[in-house]
Design a protein around this ligand. Sequence first.
Ligand SMILES: *Cc1c(COP(=O)(O)O)cnc(C)c1O
Length: 404
Amino acid sequence: MTEHLLTAARALDAADPLRHHLDAFVKAPGVSAYLDGNSLGRPLAVVPDLLDRFVREDWGTRLIRSWDEQWMALPERVGDRIAEVTLGAAAGQTIVADSTSVLLYKLMRAAVAARPGRSEIVIEAGNFPTDRFIAAGVAAETGATLVWVEPDSVRGVQPEDLDALLNERTALVVLSHVDYRSGALADMAAITARVHDAGALMLWDLCHSAGSVPMRLDACGVDLAVGCTYKYLNGGPGSPAFAYVRADLQGGIRQPIQGWFGAADIFAMGPEYAPTPGIRQLLSGTPAVTSMIAMQAMLDLIAEAGIDAVRAKSVSLTDFAVQVFDEQLAPLGVRLLSPRDSAARGGHVTIGHPDFRAITQRLWGEGVIPDFRFPNGIRLGLSPLSTSHEETLHGMLAVRDALG
Ligand SMILES: *Cc1c(COP(=O)(O)O)cnc(C)c1O
C-alpha cells in the first residue's frame, strides 16, 4: 500500500537536477536514512583529502608563514563567500568567527549600545534557547528589558505580531529567519521594514536558513545577522559561525570583546585597543583555521548547484514529506507541526506524537536518524544536496512502522 509512494519518490529523484551531488558525501555504513542534516550536515567525501593536504602542506610545510600567506585573510574570505553564495550580500560585511552564541552576544551588546536612550529588546518566546539566554544576559548587563513575541507556534512570527510591541523604547529585535522547531519561514523584508519604522535595529538568526533558503540581506536592509556553519553549510562539529553587519553600520557599532585580532594594527602591540574599521572588528582572537576547511568545500558545491536550485530541491523534499505525512502518519494520530505551504516553510518538517521520544531512540539504533525536539516533535531535516526523496520516504515509513 506504499508502492505508489516508492514509485513517486523514485520519479522525483530521477527528475532531480541535483541528484548527482548525492554521491559527493561520505557514505555512512548502516545508516539507511539520515534526516538530521539540519543539525549536523554530512561531511563531503573530499574533506579527508583536504584535511590531509592542509596538515602536510599549509601547516606542516609552510608552518607559521601560512598566517601571512593565507590564514589572516580567511575569516573575511570565507565570510564573503558565504555572503555571495547564500546571503545575497555584497563583500565586506560578513565574517567567520567564534560560535553563534558568542556572535549573538557581540552583536546584541553592540546593538543596544548603538541605540542610547532605548531600553527594550524584542525577542521571540519560542526562539532557540541560546538566543533567549544570551538576550537575557545582555539585558541584565545593560539594564535593558526583554519584550516577548508569542506567535502561533506553527505559523511563526508574522509582521503584524510586532505592531503592539515596537515603540520608541525598542532598541533591538532578534528573530530566527527559519524557526528551529516548526521550520516556519519569516518574512525578512516586511519584518525588517517594520523594525526600522520604529527606529530599532534588526538582528536575524540565520542558523536554519544559511545554505538552504536563498536570502537577500542587502535588499532587505538587514542590520545584523548571525548564522551557523555546521548545519546546511556542512562545516563539521563546532565549525565557527558567521556574522553580518551592514556596511554603513560598521563605523557606528562597537562589539564588547575587544581582542587583538579586531585591533586596527594587530602587530603594533600598542598600549590601547583601537578597533579596525570594517567587519574585522568582530574578531577577538585567533580564528579557527582548521574548522573552516570543510565549509569552504560545501560553499563551492552550493555555488555550483546554485542556491535557488538548492531551494527548489528543498521544497520538493519537504512537499513530498508532507504528502507522506498525510497518507501514512496523520491516520495514526501524528500531527503536522510545520506550515503546510512551502512558501512559508524552510528546509525541515516537524511532526508530533507523544511516543516520539522513545521511538527516536529506537530508530537511531536501527540506522534511521531523525531529530527529536522536546517535548514530542520529530524534525525531518532534509538537507537538500545530500538527501533523496527515497531516503526521506524510507525514514518516514520507519517512523510509521515504529508507531504501529
Ligand atoms: C543551531 C542554533 C544555534 C547554535 O548556537 P551555537 O553557539 O553554535 O551552539 C543558535 N541559534 C539557533 C537558532 C540555532 O538553530
